[in-house]
Design a protein around this ligand. Sequence first.
Ligand SMILES: NC(=O)c1ccc[n+]([C@@H]2O[C@H](COP(=O)([O-])OP(=O)(O)OC[C@H]3O[C@@H](n4cnc5c(N)ncnc54)[C@H](O)[C@@H]3O)[C@@H](O)[C@H]2O)c1
Length: 357
Amino acid sequence: MSKLRVGVIGTGKRKPRGDQFGYAMAYQHADAYQKLDTCELVACADIVEENAKAFAENYGFTATYTDYKEMLANEHLDVVSICTWMHLHEEMVLETCKAGVKAIHCEKPMAYTWGGSKRIAQAAQEAGVQLTFNHQRRYGAPFVIAKQLVEAGEIGELFRMECECGNIYDSGTHFIDMFSFFNGETPAKWVIAQIDYRRENLVFGAHCENQQVLLTEYQNGVFGLVMTGAGEARPVGCVDRILGSEGVIDVGFGHGPTDAIRWRKFGDAEWRWPDTGGEGIHGPGFIDRAVADVIDCLLTGRVCQLDARNALIATEIIFGAYESSRRRGRVDFPLDIDDNPLVAMVESGDLRPTKAW
Ligand SMILES: NC(=O)c1ccc[n+]([C@@H]2O[C@H](COP(=O)([O-])OP(=O)(O)OC[C@H]3O[C@@H](n4cnc5c(N)ncnc54)[C@H](O)[C@@H]3O)[C@@H](O)[C@H]2O)c1
């Protein structure tokens, strides 16, 4: 069988340590494709020519473009990774769907608006394109072990999931996606949330709140509680806390591999610390396994857990939370808006964050 031809949009520029202005996630996608016998990296596009050239040189191919549409028209790609900032995802996914590719693996969050997120999911479905999002925690040992404990009934009946993170949109998409992962991909019924946005906070170019509290109820009666932006204060005390009728699981109690997960049944004197095989909450190996699964699903026809339909469950809660803050009330689903309410509130002057500079 000939290898799948893989192209990348938005290579980034590799630097020693990523930040909110650039992680060069494309290199992590490409490293993962390179490990697969079934894939061949053949082309990339970046509006900064030197970024594209450096990327191509790193992976040993020559086809570089500054216009991604030209790449799509010329390169007969089977698989495209989209690694640009989120305000570009909608346009790029829609264009790539039209180009006859088989699969798109796009970076998170899905898109800049709720309407855009739904449009790309629908366009991919109509075009028969496998569309996945890089919520790579689904492949991390601490998270997988937690899910297995929940599903084995070790903490009784799942009751509430809690998490703390920087903001609900950029980092929160990983955390709220984890709620879906632990809770059997169940959609939510409603969300109620309040945000504080007093200082401008642009993450990969996107407005993200400074602080927020969110409660959502899923269709199976499980609750999700999200607290963002508290800094060192740690309102949950770990990255994810999963509460059941008979016990509790803490994921990311610390950041290393030895304190990545602990759990106990109520009444136990001691915590139990499962062996994660050397994995912490950030890796290693999560993205390699995510990309390998994306390709395996493409080749076998199995539905990938990173599929757009799963990503929409978390995305509805995220935009629903901003909408709840705009309406000053609970928002019942399905979410009936098109925009990004946080951005809309900034543009209308309802929110006036002071500039960071
Ligand atoms: N999965 C994760 O854990 C994780 C971590 C960090 C970032 N991200 C996400 O990855 C995405 C990309 O972030 P990054 O930090 O890798 O970005 P980056 O800034 O490192 O790279 C983006 C590249 O896109 C290029 N670009 C911009 N407009 C373009 C266009 N029209 N055509 C082609 N290229 C264009 C830029 O020149 C830049 O080189 C974001 O959505 C971010 O949220 C995900």
